[in-house]
Each structure stands twice: as structure tokens, then as C-alpha cells.
Design a protein around this ligand. Sequence first.
Ligand code: HEC
Length: 126
Amino acid sequence: MKKQRILVLSVFTTILGLSGIASAGDAAAGKAIYDGKGACGSCHGATGAGDGAAAAALNPKPASFAAGIFRLDTDGDGKTGTDADLANAIKNGGAKYGGNVAMPARADLTEDEVASLVAYIHSLKK
Ligand code: HEC
């Protein structure tokens, strides 16, 4: 009986711990990556409006994060713009999901960095 209770408790705390990690995205850290080594703004624009310097040459152009418009349903759940959709697009690039090949795959970013970028992208919505 006691053993079972301990097992249930540890499973519960593990789930809590994991969900904590999964939502660890920090928008401020995401902004630093977006503006810095991610160079996301060169295409997506400083405010996420899809109007970066390189965007003029892109077709289709990036959707506007600022307007909360998202095109790619990367996990096939019928919705776009979920955390999973954004994270997949960032990690695997646009081509994998039938999107613009210009959206680069950033396999070099850690899960934490991707989660922070996702949080920052959501925060850009006006
Ligand atoms: C060379 C230009 C370019 C760069 C650099 C770039 N992107 Fe993109 N990105 C695009 C384009 C173009 C699309 C649109 C893909 C489509 O809809 O077909 C896109 C799509 C996306 C999407 C999917 C949005 C949707 O409509 O569902 C996300 C998320 C995203 N980019 C995040 C990022 C992040 C974060 C970075 C920086 C690490 C980045 N991008 C860097 C061009 C770029």
C-alpha cells in the first residue's frame, strides 16, 4: 500500500516536472535569439510583421506573427499556430511541411531556445 502511494506520488511529480520543462519558454530569451543568432527578423521583420529586409524576395512571404496569422499545421491536428506547430517549423524548416523552403531548419537550437522563440512569437501578437 505504502509503496503504491509513493509510486503514484513520484509519477505525479514527474508529470508536473515534465510539463514545467515543456512550457519553459521565456519570451525575453526568445527575443534575444530572434534578434541575435537566430537572425529571424531578417525575414520575419523586427516586429514579426513578415516584412524583414529579405522578405521582399520571398514567395510566399512569411505570415505576420504580429497579426497572429499562421499557415503551417506541422502536426496535422487541423490547427495552425500552436506551440507544436511553431516549434516544428523552427526545428525542421518550412519545406518539410509543404511551406516555403526559405524557412530554414534550425536543428542547432536547443529545445529551450525553441520554446523561448515560440513564447516570443506568441508575445508579438498585438
Ligand atoms: C531566410 C528567411 C527566413 C528566416 C531567416 C527565418 N524564417 Fe521563418 N519563415 C520564412 C518563410 C518564408 C516562412 C513561411 C513559410 C510558409 O508559410 O510557406 C516562415 C515560416 C515560419 C514559421 C511558421 C509560421 C506559420 O505561418 O505557420 C515559424 C514559426 C518561423 N518561420 C519562425 C522562424 C524563426 C523563429 C526564425 C529564426 C530562428 C526564422 N523563422 C527564420 C522565412 C524565414
